[in-house]
Design a protein around this ligand. Structure first.
Ligand SMILES: *Cc1c(COP(=O)(O)O)cnc(C)c1O
Length: 366
């Protein structure tokens, strides 16, 4: 990063190309387009997929709002499919039921880092003529049936926000094997402006000449961010192994406790876990999630909840969405909190968290 700051380029320089090549090498995708953040990545992926007014885009309610907002940005309507009860990822059968003749794309989120059921979702999208966009904000480093996330769906998006496994302060990327999508992604990233001779619609008027041929945004990433992400990617294997070890220890401790449920993994996913979800079974406890969450805070363990179902938010309510849409997702939301999970966590930190969970369970066991 220091070298970039002293170089000729602060944005759109050689580090962007280096990062894009690196992401292609990591995932096996043919093309990568680095952008300013994961939300921008989802937006231009929807635009490249041709999502427009009157269309529908199917996604999960158990995600960050951006996975649905990207449809709204394009004038389309998000349609929420329910999740699988035990993996917490979008349920392909529920997706199938949500399809209409207006469906243009499916935004499938690798929740917590676990790959969605890509094969059934791909087959469904191919059959129904929709574009499969994988929101891989949580899943960099994950593979599905031995293929890296980023090389499987029509387009895959990453986020490099500081809470994610790999960060650049801010940052995002779209990966694809499709040359047509790639061309569009590059245009939408930077105003819809091009200097590419094969894309110009008129004769060049000279060395300065460029044309705006679509309505794009300014979603560029800086070279400073790209340099940070590159150095973070050097550590991805270490990040993955440490996160896996912490998850294994949590699972070992919690799977024997009947008051808790452990997230199930599909065997196809070799997961680099971004989040660890602690799920309580309220029928076995005298308290609900809120009191459990507060009791964890009293033990000095800071938890969070991922996520409030997207359509619960007042903005979505105003658009006409109502509770009751996705019962499995709504039930999940009532019973979960995310435990600390990060690379620098020591074994002692992990044991502290486990001790606190055990103490709270013992205090409130039925
Ligand atoms: C973080 C996140 C995003 C948005 O990424 P930003 O880089 O913060 O814009 C999108 N989808 C999911 C599932 C996320 O967790």
């Amino acid at each position: 990063m220091a070298k970039v700051l002293k170089s000729d380029y602060l944005t759109c320089g050689p580090k962007i190309a280096e990062l894009e090549e690196r992401l292609c090498r990591l995932t096996g995708a043919k093309y990568a387009v680095a952008v300013s953040n994961g939300t921008a990545a989802l937006h231009i992926a929807c635009l490249a997929a041709g999502v427009e007014k009157g269309n529908e885009v199917i996604t999960t309610p158990i995600t960050f709002a951006a996975s649905a907002n990207c449809a709204l940005y394009c004038g389309a309507r998000p349609v929420f499919a329910d999740i699988c009860e035990h993996t917490y990822n979008i349920d392909p059968e529920s997706v199938e039921k949500c399809f209409t003749e207006k469906t243009r794309a499916v935004v499938a989120v690798d929740f917590t880092g676990q790959a969605v059921e890509l094969d059934p979702l791909k087959e469904l999208c191919e059959k129904r003529g929709a574009v499969l966009i994988e929101d891989g904000a949580h899943s960099i480093g994950t593979s599905y049936k031995g293929k890296m996330v980023g090389s499987i769906a029509d387009m895959t998006t990453f986020s490099f926000h500081p809470v994610k496994t790999v960060t650049g302060g801010e940052g995002g990327a779209v990966l694809t094997d499709n040359a047509e999508y790639y061309k569009k992604l590059v245009l939408f990233r930077a105003h819809g402006i091009t200097r590419e001779p094969s894309l110009l619609q008129r004769d060049s008027e000279g060395g300065w000449y460029y044309e705006q041929i679509a309505l794009g945004m300014n979603y560029r990433m800086t070279d400073i961010q790209a340099a940070l992400i590159l150095s973070q990617l050097d550590k991805l294997d270490a990040f993955r192994e440490r996160r896996k070890a912490i998850v294994a220890r949590y699972d070992e401790a919690f799977s024997v406790m009947p008051e808790l449920a452990v997230q199930e993994e599909i065997p196809e996913s070799d997961t680099t876990r971004h989040l660890y979800i602690l799920r309580i079974r309220p029928e076995k406890l005298t308290v609900g999630r809120k009191q459990f969450f507060d009791a964890m805070a009293a033990e000095n363990i800071c938890c969070n909840v991922h996520y409030i179902p997207v359509y619960y938010h007042p903005y979505y309510e105003k658009l006409g969405y109502q509770k009751g849409l996705c019962p499995r997702a709504e039930k999940l939301y009532e019973e979960i909190m995310s435990l600390p999970l990060y690379y620098a966590m020591t074994d002692e930190d992990v044991e502290d968290v486990i001790k606190a969970v055990k103490k709270v369970v013992e205090n409130y066991r039925k």
